[in-house]
Design a protein around this ligand. Structure first.
Ligand code: SAH
Length: 258
């Protein structure tokens, strides 16, 4: 369970590259060792991750910043070392306590929806975002490539601690890990440019809508027709709109801390 042990021998780092396609980001992503904008995906030294990103692009992910985020984050560091060889396959993997890290295609899809609908600065970067269900911390780190600040909340203490251990070597000053019940959002960080959830309930909690900035977007799984569907909620001055997208399969949004 302990993070950091018996990891494959790749250096702990996030690849350099443009944060937003066209213009290089004004400031580097938090404390990541971002160097000059690189040529993008071809520079990925780990072929499996490069292939994963190519498959994401072929599968319909178009935002360069999302593809960069997916190529920058070392997913193999967030799963048990025995599962590391599968880390760049498009599959959900167990992370302990009955929870899973979402499939890369689902993470990328959610990040793209969030980026396209969230509140962005002039560089195209999202402002402060809320990540519900930290799990192993993978998606929080991917989000940190796209947003100025990430608040990520997890209700299971062991997973919260695991995510802490996973993130420690990355020294991401922009990512804040919180132990708490994300069904209530996290008011201290509000308003959010975007909110993304990796666990689905019967409805989008009112707290999330309240804590969302005007112009912001929520991307979350929601119960629909006996299953679950991805839902996009946009908040404007005129009100809130809901859009139901494709079927998904996330763990349930539970309440309380355990
Ligand atoms: N984004 C995660 C996915 C983890 S799976 C990753 O990259 O690994 C979803 C997580 O949501 C689980 O860890 C589960 O414990 C958590 N969760 C479920 N209900 C929650 C709630 N009310 N508040 C916070 N986290 C919750």
């Amino acid at each position: 369970m302990a993070g950091g042990k018996q990891r494959p021998g790749f250096p702990a780092r996030v690849l350099p590259g443009p944060a937003h396609g066209q213009a290089p980001a004004r400031r580097a992503v938090a404390a990541l060792p971002l160097a000059a904008p690189a040529g993008g995906l071809a520079r990925d030294p780990i072929p499996a991750r490069g292939r994963m990103v190519q498959q994401l692009a072929a599968g319909g992910i178009h935002e360069p910043a999302v593809l960069h985020a997916m190529s920058a984050v070392e997913r193999h560091r967030f799963v048990d070392s025995a599962l590391a060889p599968q880390a760049y396959e498009d599959t959900a993997l167990p992370i302990g306590l009955g929870q899973t890290i979402s499939k890369p295609s689902v993470v990328a899809r959610m990040l793209e929806l969030l980026l396209q609908g969230g509140v962005r600065d002039e560089d195209g970067r999202l402002g402060r975002v809320l990540d519900i269900g930290t799990g192993c911390g993978y998606q929080a780190v991917a989000l940190a490539q796209l947003a100025s600040e990430v608040y990520s909340i997890e209700r299971l203490r062991d997973l919260h601690e695991k995510a802490r251990a996973n993130l420690r070597p990355l020294r991401l000053a922009s990512v804040h890990l919180i132990l708490g019940d994300g069904a209530a959002g996290f008011a201290a960080g509000a308003p959010y440019a975007g909110i993304v959830a990796a666990a689905g309930g019967e409805q989008v909690p009112d707290a999330w809508i309240e804590q969302l900035a005007i112009g912001g977007r929520i991307v979350a799984p929601l119960a629909a027709g006996g299953g679950q569907a991805l839902v996009v909620v946009d908040k404007t001055r005129q009100g809130v709109t809901h859009k139901v997208l494709e079927a998904v399969n996330f763990v349930p949004l539970k309440s309380g801390i355990a």
